[in-house]
Design a protein around this ligand. Structure first.
Ligand code: GLN
Length: 192
């Protein structure tokens, strides 16, 4: 777990519930010990700045480029995106996912909302909780779309993607006790 900022604890609980051995990452030596990385929700500008301050940003970019499986949720999705719309001036990311994300995309009126979504690879819908979430504006050819918003004014917007061993969701699968999306990531780590 990247643990410079954000909702680290909820993710750790979900992963530990699946029997995964977890560790928090705030320095390069901790990153070196990981077979997979989760980047939590939180505030992506702060997270990126802190990663830079802790001398973690370049090592993160390097490991992801070398194929480290990574799963980003919400702010973590922004961290894994190659391109940001409505980012802060000069906002940096780890990158790796050939996507453009729009920060705070759902707008002020619907800061937070919940809904059930079909999710590729899962039999039953996922209950998705969105909190000042981004959506994926554009995906490159190597990216698979895993889920879209269903119904309502923003139906069809992409909110979960995968590219090789990188996965990202706009919503917070660590909230609500359903670990199936985490399970998909753990499978990715195990098979890579
Ligand atoms: N709005 C936040 C950002 O831009 C993300 C929100 C979240 O992670 N819940 O970083």
């Amino acid at each position: 777990m990247l643990a410079v900022q954000g909702d680290v604890r909820e993710h750790l609980r979900a992963l530990e519930g699946l029997g995964v051995r977890t560790t928090t990452v705030r320095r390069t030596s901790e990153l070196d010990a990981c077979d997979g990385l989760v980047i939590p929700g939180g505030e992506s500008t702060t997270m990126a700045k802190l990663a830079r301050t802790f001398d973690l940003l370049e090592p993160l970019r390097q490991r992801v480029k070398e194929g480290l499986p990574a799963f980003g949720t919400c702010a973590g999705m922004i961290m894994l995106a190659d391109r940001i719309e409505d980012g802060a001036v000069g906002q940096e990311t780890v990158g790796g996912l050939d996507i453009t994300v729009r920060r705070n995309a759902f707008g002020r009126q619907v800061d937070s909302f919940e809904g059930d979504l079909a999710f590729a690879g899962l039999d039953a819908p996922v209950h998705a909780v969105f909190i000042r979430a981004p959506w994926v504006e554009e995906v490159g050819p190597a990216v698979d779309v895993l889920a879209r918003v269903e119904g309502g004014p923003v139906a069809g917007r992409i909110v979960a993607v995968r590219q090789g061993s990188l996965m990202a969701t706009s919503f917070h699968p660590e909230v609500g006790g359903d670990a199936r999306v985490h399970r998909l990531f753990v499978d990715l780590v195990e098979s890579s």
